[in-house]
Design a protein around this ligand. Structure first.
Ligand SMILES: Nc1ncnc2c1ncn2[C@@H]1O[C@H](COP(=O)(O)OP(=O)(O)OP(=O)(O)O)[C@@H](O)[C@H]1O
Length: 271
């Protein structure tokens, strides 16, 4: 269980996160949305133990986080964070060494390292560029290497900060498929993103933050239907929700579902 209980965090004297009580274990994929500066990255750094709340707690497996070196090492094997900028997380020039780095650090046997690295690279579709130097990779490819570096730990929770930022449409679709594969393996994913359509389509639950406070929580369909509240948070509704609220079209979870339902409607009208 990964959660927060009345968490307050300030930089210097400035409160940024204000009494957040959130639970990321309720659903496989939880979204975190809010305007620039509302505290999403700060929350991720609290969840991964990089920052420590001044009041309240991060709860891991039902207990307040243990900030000892040992406690944090154990946490980071179970809760892995992939930050927005992949350059922040890549240390080596060759992909295999970079991904194996964390496993060597925790003393995993070499045979296991080879197997786990191979599995992680397959999961993120990185086998085709596995032997290229990292500096020759595109932004999207580096992002996938950074995710593989987190997956290799076999963490139960993956925190993804802006997973689709800077990706072209096909890179974005590939990222969605990767996230779905990670979830299909029984893991939890928390996604912080300004890509509101991604959050709507891929998440099972969404938290909306505003100035460090929780403004709303619920299923994407419920949360994004509340237009005034979404605008209050500095956000806009996903396009599929706009079609529903503005034009009365059926509320669909994905583009594919929308086209299927619309085709069905047209066929009925034509006959
Ligand atoms: N190291 C720091 N020292 C002081 N203030 C900081 C620091 N890092 C972030 N802040 C401030 O904390 C607030 C929240 O920042 P944070 O990066 O968590 O927001 P965010 O929701 O992730 O924003 P974005 O959507 O732009 O990525 C902002 O007002 C920011 O200026």
């Amino acid at each position: 269980m990964l959660a927060t209980d009345g968490l307050w965090f300030s930089y210097q004297e400035e409160p940024i996160l204000k009494g957040l009580t959130l639970d990321f274990s309720r659903q496989p994929v939880t979204g975190l949305v809010g305007a620039n500066g509302c505290g999403k990255s700060t929350l991720f750094m609290n969840l991964s133990g990089i920052l420590r709340p001044q009041q309240g707690a991060v709860l891991w497996q039902g207990k307040p986080l243990d900030y000892s070196k040992r406690g944090l090492l154990a946490l980071r094997q179970q809760v892995a964070t992939v930050f927005q900028d992949p350059e922040q997380q890549i240390f080596y020039t060759d992909i295999d060494s970079d991904i194996a780095f964390a496993l060597r650090n925790i003393g995993v046997a070499e045979d296991d390292i080879v197997r786990r690295t191979d599995d992680a690279l397959t999961l993120v579709d990185a086998q085709s560029f596995r032997h290229q130097p990292i500096q020759c990779l595109s932004h999207g490819q580096k992002k996938r290497v950074a995710i593989a570096g987190a997956l290799v730990l076999q963490a139960k929770y993956l925190l993804l900060d802006e997973p689709t930022a800077g990706l072209d449409p096909s890179g974005r679709m590939q990222m969605i498929a990767i996230i779905q594969r990670i979830v299909a393996q029984g893991n939890h994913v928390v996604i912080s993103s300004h890509d509101i359509d991604l959050i709507y389509e891929i998440c099972d639950a969404v938290y909306v933050l505003r100035h460090g406070e929780m403004l709303a929580y619920g299923t994407p369909g419920d949360v994004f239907a509340r237009k005034a509240q979404i605008e209050q948070a500095g956000l806009t509704q996903p396009w599929l929700v706009k079609l529903h609220t503005e034009l009365g079209m059926p509320l669909c979870k994905s583009e594919a579902e929308f086209y299927t339902r619309m085709r069905g409607t047209h066929i009925k009208e034509a006959s």
